[in-house]
Design a protein around this ligand. Sequence first.
Ligand SMILES: NC(=O)C1=CN([C@@H]2O[C@H](COP(=O)(O)OP(=O)(O)OC[C@H]3O[C@@H](n4cnc5c(N)ncnc54)[C@H](OP(=O)(O)O)[C@@H]3O)[C@@H](O)[C@H]2O)C=CC1
Ligand SMILES: O=C(O)C1=N[C@H](C(=O)O)C[C@H](O)C1
Length: 234
Amino acid sequence: MKIALFGYGKMGKTIERIALERGHTIVAKIDVDSKDYELSEVDVAIDFSVPSVAFSNINLCFSKNIPIVSGTTGWLKDFGKAVKNCEKHNGAFIYASNYSLGVNLFFELNTQLAKLMKDFNDYTISLEETHHTQKLDAPSGTAITLAEGIIEQTTKEKWSLGVTEDEHTIPIVSKRIENVPGTHVVSYTSSIDEIEISHTAKNRDGFALGAVIAAEWLKDKKGVFTMKDVLGLK
Ligand SMILES: NC(=O)C1=CN([C@@H]2O[C@H](COP(=O)(O)OP(=O)(O)OC[C@H]3O[C@@H](n4cnc5c(N)ncnc54)[C@H](OP(=O)(O)O)[C@@H]3O)[C@@H](O)[C@H]2O)C=CC1
Ligand SMILES: O=C(O)C1=N[C@H](C(=O)O)C[C@H](O)C1
């Protein structure tokens, strides 16, 4: 496949390496300074850029009929508009807060645990995410997806960044520590004990491999999809 990369930072470079290993070609690397880039040859685009430009990159792909794999987090206030624009242009679009296989299995585990715990009211639910110090958004997109998974299964109604006294709100604590690729912990705590599940990324290869697999899957499709579709978890 001929791939265009929007964002050529830590993730863009990791995706390039894995895409080349899988026999693909990178035909455009679009970064903050890129001007007049050519997209006519592109089979699929992958966006791991910054929250402020993700939505416009996605719309550009719709207007040029290029399937787009979106990995940037922190832009989701515009997600509904992106879905409508995809439908209007009969485009192909996938967004995931986390493309790694391990985290997508962890999402399923999180849902199952929330279902199991929903009537055990002595337990308090909380989330913690730890990432490298260059991360622009907080909480992480993955932590938001985990919170949404719990909200779907329980009487929790929303999440908040930081601790909260509101029993209907899931607190998400964000920590920033040098060089951490991404760690997520879901805790159920009572006065007697604690149940925890966690996912720890050892490097960025899982995110990048998942994004390339999603691009291979999306290339000849039309519609709006998730990693559940790609991994057959529906
Ligand atoms: N869904 C997932 O599985 C994952 C998602 N992410 C998300 O991906 C995003 C990128 O992460 P990461 O690679 O670590 O971040 P980096 O900061 O390393 O890379 C972002 C890149 O985007 C570039 N950029 C800035 N403005 C533009 C623009 N206008 N057009 C195109 N590119 C631009 C930056 O350039 P410059 O540095 O010159 O400003 C930089 O090279 C984040 O939102 C992160 O949360 C990360 C890992 C996994
Ligand atoms: O910025 C990162 O690095 C990561 N961002 C994603 C998120 O916000 O959840 C995914 C991963 O944890 C790494």
